[in-house]
Design a protein around this ligand. Structure first.
Ligand code: B12
Ligand code: SF4
Ligand code: SF4
Length: 375
């Protein structure tokens, strides 16, 4: 058997990736040694909070070849996820609605991306004998953003997400580790944030503590999804109506004016999650939560975290009689952590005059000016 033409194979792999629904693919080597001190500093500072898996794999995150011995290249892929009718402003503006991060409105992306990467791996394997390969998405102990940046998919923005000149940042990343000496792609020449610091300023909880550095413990995504602990009291009012993740640092980013919506049916919003009334969600029993979130990433947080998040959002919303009644009714049977959040919500509604958060107002104005297609 003759040795494969690796230039041609690299071109074919990128074509197959497009055929499988990825919006872009790039190839890089496994050398991330420059990232190791930054990753170590981030861990040493404790910015991972209770995400123990971040510390557990240590520097392996920066050494993909240790994950699969023999790995020579990383194929990095990205897939847009924004739904056509994202309804950002309408949902953020109305405090009686719950805002769910737009990546989580449809089916769980992990399954979709991993299945597509597996298909891609099988297709490459059919061309090359004795190939070692392994797909990764998100949960992988590798630094996906620095790898994608090296593979030419974009640059790391000051919010720490990967940004692409023509696609913004509303996309998922995934990788295939490959034992093939494919030609590598060049990184984007320079990051293009320039003097902009909009994401840092708009972040509701001040989680972007310096350009490119996110203190996970302050990020709403961590507080509402990853953490199973009580949400720190001082941060609760800042969450507004964000009940699962947060998109603010991406929404304010000028590069997302060019973000494309995804035609992928799996990412189409489920009607009951797109811009739901908080009180409707609050009425879900655990059985209904499990039924309504089947196949959705939201299911992974479980019912108690879901209730905790809803209680905070209700406490930040309108002080209607119906809200007080619903909160009081849930108190006797609530799990102790949720009960504490319900009591906080009742106290907060009682004490406070209603009014939209100042930063949210500003964000909505910016979305309406800059993102007409999605707003
Ligand atoms: C842990 C994690 C989180 C944590 C911590 C976030 C963080 N910034 O690390 C929390 C729960 C808060 C989180 C939130 C979100 N996440 Co997340 N998360 C991850 C995960 C699993 C690991 C990230 C990681 O390694 N962090 C450790 C830090 C040290 O790494 P880093 O932030 O990449 O930092 C590097 C660079 O910033 C760089 N750096 C540091 N200083 C400097 C200076 C300069 C000049 C430069 C150029 C670089 C640089 O050095 C660091 C080390 O290499 C990845 C998947 C993966 N395996 O990579 C998804 C991932 C990063 N998340 C993703 C998403 C979509 C989100 C959310 C948007 C979800 C949401 N809507 O709620 C938010 C965004 C918050 C934000 N602004 O980061 C996507 C990002 C896609 C993209 N376009 O970049 C990923 C890649 C998942 C995926 N497979 O698609 N996430
Ligand atoms: S996702 Fe929200 S809370 Fe997290 S860094 Fe971005 S703006 Fe801040
Ligand atoms: S908002 Fe500005 S600073 Fe932040 S990532 Fe976008 S361009 Fe960069």
């Amino acid at each position: 058997m003759t040795a494969p033409d690796f230039d041609k194979l690299a071109q074919d792999i990128k074509l197959w990736a497009r055929e499988l629904g990825f919006d872009q693919a790039g190839i890089t080597d496994t050398d991330l040694h420059q990232e190791e001190p930054r990753l170590q500093a981030w861990l040493d500072a404790g910015y991972h909070g209770t995400m123990d898996y971040m510390a557990r794999h240590g520097m392996m995150r920066a050494r993909p070849h240790e994950l699969l011995p023999g790995t020579l290249r990383v194929l990095s892929v990205r897939m847009n996820y924004l739904p056509f009718e994202a309804g950002f402003a309408a949902t953020l503006r109305d405090p009686s609605l719950g805002y769910i991060s737009r990546y989580a409105l449809g089916r769980d992306y992990h399954k979709l991306l991993r299945a597509r990467l597996k298909q891609l791996g099988e297709r490459i394997e059919a061309r090359c004998e004795a190939l070692g390969w392994r797909p990764f998405v998100d949960s992988a102990p590798v630094l996906e953003r620095p790898l994608a940046a090296k593979a030419g998919l974009g640059w790391v923005g000051k919010h720490s997400l990967l940004l692409n000149e023509s696609a913004g940042s509303f996309f998922f990343l995934g990788e295939l580790l490959l034992s093939l000496p494919l030609p590598i792609d060049q990184p984007v020449e320079k990051e293009q944030c320039g003097k902009c610091v909009a994401c840092i300023n708009i972040c509701p909880t001040g989680a972007i503590i310096a350009p490119y550095v996110v203190d996970g413990r302050r990020c709403i995504s961590y507080l509402t999804i990853e953490s199973d602990e009580p949400i720190p009291v001082e941060l609760r009012p800042l969450l507004g109506n964000r009940i699962y993740g947060c998109d603010d640092c991406q929404l304010i980013c000028p590069w997302n004016r060019y973000a494309d919506a995804s035609p992928e049916p799996d990412f189409s919003p489920r009607a009951n999650l797109h811009s739901p009334k908080l009180l409707d969600l609050w009425a879900w029993s655990e059985a209904l939560f499990l039924k309504n979130t089947e196949g959705s990433p939201i299911r992974r947080i479980g019912y108690q975290r879901w209730r905790r998040n809803l209680a905070v959002a209700l406490g930040n919303g309108p002080a209607d009689e119906a809200v007080f009644t619903a909160l009081h009714a849930a108190l006797p049977s609530a799990d102790p952590m949720v009960a504490e959040h319900i009591s906080w919500a009742v106290a907060s509604l009682t004490a406070r005059q209603q009014g939209e958060n100042r930063k949210t107002k500003l964000l909505i104005r910016c979305i309406e000016k800059g993102l007409p297609d999605h707003a």
